[in-house]
Design a protein around this ligand. Sequence first.
Ligand code: NAD
Ligand code: LMR
Length: 328
Amino acid sequence: MTSPIRVAVTGAAGSISYSLLFRIASGEMLGPDTPVILHLLEIPPAMSALEGVAMEIQDCAFPLLQDMVLTDEAKTGFDGAHIAILVGGKPRGPGMLRADLVEANGPIFTGQGRAINDFADDDIRVCVVGNPCNTNALIAMHNAPDVPNERFTAMTRLDENRAKSQLADKSGRPISAITNLGIWGNHSKTMYPDFFNTRIDGKPVTDVIDDTAWLKEEFISTVQGRGAAIIQARGSSSAASAANAAIDHVRDWFTPTPEGDWHAMAVPSTGAYGIEEGLIFSYPVRCDGEGNYEIVEGIELNDFAKAKIAETKEELLGEREIVKNLLG
Ligand code: NAD
Ligand code: LMR
């Protein structure tokens, strides 16, 4: 047994957290040998609901769960946290874009960024889920000047998982056969799921799926529009699949990426592939198992891919302009 890891989760009484917290406490995220202490942050009106969630977590008698801290204060929420999963914020409803949430949700990430800066453990790693997640991560990062920028990430793993499922379905191959699925750019309708570099059983997707028109059109638009399709069908936004992706994101940040493969994470750009440094941009990344990742360099991008990446970059620059007053 190692010493406990403090995991802060915001929006802890919300829908995503209801699928997330139990899996963190059971060890699915950090493994069967890592005890956890959950820091559950909510707003005052949701504290009663949070008490109820905590009672249920307690009733699971998870052997790895050492303690729970329930709070509506950011200082206590992030105090000593090693991992912060920032879920709290409004979800969009039918007909809305994720970017429409920026005015409601953006300001949340100034205060939480500052609290992470001042109270979290020096080793903190942050995964932003609340939408628009790339730009919210940008806001948090700018408000935490003492925390290395690369510790701030946003979640595009749900998009990777969605894209893999679509390709598995179309090709009739199992999910495990699909590798090297990169999501580029914004978690939004402009994201680019790069099928050209994805492999099925080690072969280029285009060798296995002999339908380039489907790949260029239906596949991409299905992945880009999946969040909206779920809202349309379910009446509320994805929750269990989002929680699952958050588990995947954090677990794989601390797991060596299998040789030759990569995952999608939105991370501060280093300037790679011509993206403005510091923009929170989803890239293919590889992780070393110690909580470090690097953007995969040298991926070949054809003109189709370059045009898609330029479009999603422009959208992110536009979002950054809208929130410039929140960037500290
Ligand atoms: P929800 O409304 O069920 O829960 C959100 C919770 O956040 C609520 O309990 C609310 O009280 C809490 N909250 C609001 N402001 C807060 C603050 N300042 N501090 C702490 N908690 C706060 O929503 P949900 O379905 O859980 O979704 C949460 C967010 O995740 C939304 O913005 C949604 O769009 C986003 N999301 C992102 C992805 C992704 O792939 N990145 C996927 C699904 C949902
Ligand atoms: C998703 O992709 O399901 C989430 O970002 C929720 C949404 O608003 O689409």
